[in-house]
Each structure stands twice: as C-alpha cells, then as structure tokens.
Write a protein that binds this ligand. Structure first.
Ligand SMILES: [Zn+2]
Length: 315
C-alpha cells in the first residue's frame, strides 16, 4: 500500500513538474508576426500586443499578463520597433493587457482613457502599489487623443461601451492598421465586464463607430489578425447574442432556459478561452452575461461610464 501511495505521489510530483514547465513555456513564449513593414503583433499568454516602428523607437499597445512577459515584449519591441520604447498604450484595464507595464522604466509615457486609469485604481489597486505605480497610465483622455512619434501618427479613440466602459482603439494612421483591444475577439468567446461598464446592448453600436474609421488590417484583442470583415462577423455574433437575451428576458425565461434555446448560431467555430478552475469564456458564459444585462440581474455598473455622442457614420 505504502509503495502504491509512494508511486502515486511520484506521479503527482512529475505531473506538477510537467505542468510547471508547460506554464513557464506559456508565459515565456512571445511570438512576433508582421502585419505591415512597420507594424507587428506579438502573441502570448494574454491580449495581443501591437508594436509600431517609428524613426525614434517603438510604440507598444498593451503588455500582456505578467511582468516577465513585459520584459520579453520590451526586448522584442525595441528590436523590431527600431529603438527605445516611446510610449505604451493600454487599451483597457484588464490584467492580461496591463500587467507587463512594470517591466518598463518608471515614467515611461503610458496612455489610456481616464476611465481605464480609474478602473485600474478601483479594481486592481494592490498590483499598482509601490514601484509599479511608475507605469500606471500618466497621459489620459476622455474621447480622442493623437500621438505623433518619429514620423508616425497614432490616433486613439474611446467610441463607447462594450467589453468594458473605458476601452480605446488605436489607429496606426500611415499603416492603416487598427488595434481594437478587446472590443473585438476574433473567433473566440469574449469576456463581457458588466461590472466595469461593459455592455452587450451597446457594443454593436460602438463597433459601428469603429467601422467608420479608415483602416484595412485589424489586430483584435484576442485571436488572429484579420480585416474589416472580421469585425462585421463579430458584430453579427453580438447582435444575435443580444437579441436572444432580450427576447428571453421579455418572456421571463430563466438563465438555464435561455442557455438551452435554439437559434444562436453566430458563434459557430468559436474557441473557448480559459484556465481550468479559474475562468472559462464559452457559450454559456456569454449567454449568462447577456441575460444578466437584459434582465437587470446585474444592475448598472458601480463605476463611471461615459456616454459617447453620436458621430458621423454611426447610428
Ligand atoms: Zn479584456
């Protein structure tokens, strides 16, 4: 018996070791892919990172999940970005887009919406205590902001609620590339952060405003690089999701009944994102969030959100 237990313990330790190696690989692997001559995307554990090369150095969009990844991102970005980091842009406050920031020098220009900075300090304050505070967003705006760096124009806009209440999109003007942050998940179930001002109801209209911008290639927050059609397909998914939830709410259906309803097909081929026992973004998750918003089961966000004035091309 003791021998059997010993063997089980050994197998357990070996499995933990394999798990640890796997986890380490996941965290330490950052792959670069060219989008245009001057724009690259970095893939790793967390949100997609955009890197713009300028005559003065790199402009980086988001920084993944761990400080260690931030160090990898910095090294790769400064090579392909042709010089030192000129600015980091955080598309929203989630840890898988911001927690690499502290690998950069304190005082590096970090740009976000004011709401994103507010949410970081509201939902994630312990991480940003001490030295990490030096890489909190230090240049913020409400609706629109433009950076001119080494011959390049970078246009930042907050176009409404969706994934959170404070997301921005980044337009690399000369390269005609848009980094959407998590306002667009390509082929994967999205997170919907109702507690931080997110909204399935408003998300589609926010993406209409995004589509009014001038770009060809699209770097989503998660999933492969695509084009405008990729965003349109995601809008169809959001519309179908909202209409399912809204109808179910009107008919007084329970969450379980709503999750079993037929007719929701726009997610065909979508991949689940998750870490076992920690979180899972799948079909049931997105239906639950939409149902919670439609029925009022999750009330209005307890954090500020900013109404966006209707702009050209948006309805
Ligand atoms: Zn996110």
């Amino acid at each position: 018996m003791r021998r059997v237990l010993g063997r089980i313990a050994l197998i357990g330790i070996a499995l933990l070791g394999v798990g640890a190696i796997y986890a380490y690989r996941q965290v330490s692997t950052v792959d670069a892919e060219r989008v245009t001559d001057d724009v690259h995307v970095l893939f790793g554990l967390g949100g997609n990172v955009g890197v713009l090369a300028t005559e003065r150095g790199a402009v980086i969009v988001d920084s993944m999940t761990f400080r260690m990844q931030g160090a990898h991102i910095r090294e790769i970005a400064e090579k392909i970005g042709r010089g030192p980091t000129q600015a980091i842009i955080n598309t929203h406050y989630h840890r898988d887009h911001t927690h690499g920031n502290p690998a950069f020098a304190a005082g590096t220009k970090v740009v976000s919406t004011q709401l994103t900075r507010d949410y970081l300090l509201h939902f994630d304050a312990p991480y940003w205590e001490g030295a990490a505070a030096g890489t909190l967003p230090n240049e913020t705006f409400d609706e629109a902001h433009e950076l001119k760096v080494g011959g390049k124009t970078i246009r930042l806009q907050h176009l409404g609620r969706g994934h959170t209440g404070g997301d921005l999109v980044v337009l690399f003007v000369e390269d005609r590339v848009l980094h959407t942050g998590d306002l667009f998940f390509n082929g994967r179930y999205p997170n919907i952060d109702l507690e931080a001002g997110g909204s399935v109801r408003e998300w589609d209209a926010t993406l209409d405003r995004v589509m009014a911008l001038d770009f060809d290639r699209v770097i989503p927050g998660h999933g492969p690089v695509t084009d405008r059609e990729g965003i349109r397909a995601f809008q169809r998914f959001l519309r179908e999701l909202w209409s399912l939830a809204e109808t179910a709410a009107r008919q007084g259906k329970s969450l379980e009944e709503t999750q079993r309803l037929p007719g929701f097909t726009a997610d065909a081929g979508y991949e689940t994102i998750g870490i076992p026992l920690v979180f899972k973004l799948d079909r049931n998750f997105v239906i639950r969030r939409a149902w919670e918003e439609a029925t009022g089961a999750v009330g209005a966000a307890q954090v500020p959100v900013r109404p966006v004035k209707s702009k050209g091309g948006a309805s």
